[in-house]
Design a protein around this ligand. Sequence first.
Ligand code: 0YR
Ligand code: MG
Length: 381
Amino acid sequence: LDSSTPFKLMIITSLETFILHVPVTRNHISDSTHSITHWGMPGVRIFTDEGFTGYGFTGTHAHLASDRLITDCISNCYAELLIGQEASDISLLWERLAYYPPLQWVGRAGITKMALAAVDIALWDIKSKASNEPLWKTLGGSEKNKVEAYNTDGGWLNFSTQMLVDDVLRLTEVDGYKSIKMKVGKPDHSEDLQRVEAVRNAVGSGVRIMTDANGRWRMPEALSVASKLKDYDVTWIEEPLWHDDVRGHKDFADAIETPVALGEMLYSLAHFEEFISSQAVHYVQPDATRLGGITETLEVSNVAYEANLPVTPHAGDMAQTQIHLSISHPGIELLEFIPWIKDCFIEPLEIRSGYFDFPKNSGAGTTLTEEAMSKYGKKVS
Ligand code: 0YR
Ligand code: MG
């Protein structure tokens, strides 16, 4: 190749937003703070003059009015910053959107950030489709880097103890998972410990159990329940306190033996840096659908890795796209998985004996089937 050959440009020509509402397994699930029947996927398709189409989406509780705030942000505010631009200039476009004066004025977190996540993922999808390789390769990943899956879909708080035990046994004994997560945060705290004990007794000592309180507790109950989790060899307690409380999580982490996991509700690298430098977190859980996409999740993962903290991404995308960055990042060995949306994609994720298969198609794994678009699609406005 002649070194003077210019790179082929891929100009963004147009974009279209979408909103899918996909049913969860068994009609309805709850954790301590949320109760849902569908997973929401507000997202965007970005078209280029080279014929590559990028798909990106974020994850919500499938509430149409709030999902539309995200798609409106993309089509009414971000679109004019993207159309006519070079699609592979991801860092430049990320900055342009994240620091766009009128939008950063009204939101450096929440809706604007989740809209940015969808756009960033779609741009990475285009970039790796144009390179004709899966995103994990574009990001420098290797097939030597196997990623373990832990399954959250057997551990919901609305399950009876019997259902919980049956489901966890199916996941571990039939499907081969070596790590599972269960929810805590029942109104009656003794019930939390009874459920953890029942699961530990059922699975024996060879399975990792993670627990997740989804931000429910106040400090006294957090300390009282979590101080006993060590008796059941629990790998981590996730989101014991409300999401923004750095000082509280630091005090909590100092007081109990079980490590603390959090991050699924943090919207920026700066927020992660605060938790990490305050030693308020052990397992760092960035989510590419809540941070500004793949771009910012890689930055968070680097900061955590430097601080010798394991990175275990939260799956707002149900792992569909974060499997790629997990394969590529040395700090990530374990990734959450929930199966709700996998069959919406051209290449559904597969898990074998508790490990993710390596995606083979080019792109970020986000290309939706036409069938899913028409079956679960909602009107965007
Ligand atoms: C349901 N994983 C989580 C679900 C789950 C949430 O609200 O989104 O429980 O994603 O906390 O760690
Ligand atoms: Mg969680």
